[in-house]
Design a protein around this ligand. Sequence first.
Ligand code: DX5
Ligand code: ZN
Length: 226
Amino acid sequence: MPTRPLRIAPSILSADFARLGDEVKAIVDAGADYIHVDVMDGHFVPNISFGAPVMQSVRGVTDKIFDVHLMIAPVDPYLADFANAGADIITVHAEAGPHLHRSLQAIRAMGKKAGVALNPATPVAAIQHVIDDCDLVLVMSVNPGFGGQSFIPESLNKISQARALIGGRAIDLEVDGGVSAENARAIVAAGANVLVAGSAIYAGNDAATYAGRIKAIRDAATGLLV
Ligand code: DX5
Ligand code: ZN
């Protein structure tokens, strides 16, 4: 079980981009803990989302943690852009380049929290030797690139392995992809403490629904809903 506080991190990938500032404010008002920012380059993943200038344009609407998930390769040349645009946590993929240790060091050197993400086929052992350079481990429970995909059940085994590797370290264990009130309990039971949810919160883009959806995930994760 997690030793860190539960955090719900709505992904703005599923927000209405025409109203992005309002959509960020709406999930903050609805109880979001982190703002999950999915950056895609059409190269590392088969989709393009947005970059640092778009993120910076909404940074001012809240002082909540901006949890930036970089699905881009190469990643090192862009780390400073996201740090300067107001990221709090910057997560790079273990598969994004040959020098993961260097990327994590660079993020911390800019005063930001350093995260590392693992695609579904990447073993937890890939980060064994950099675990003390991480502030967050992100287990991808879908193949990154798109919102609205189904949770890959094997991810639960991987979350348990990542939890074992983290042990008592002050590292967030985040899960991203297909998270909902239906599977939140199992995900947290396996050891995660940060739940990313895009479509499960933003589907329909009606701000009136966000608080109830965030609460449903939080209640499920904490065992209040079974
Ligand atoms: C997937 C992204 C996710 C995505 C999650 O590549 O990293 O953050 O937005 O969306 P859902 O919750 O709809 O699977
Ligand atoms: Zn993500």
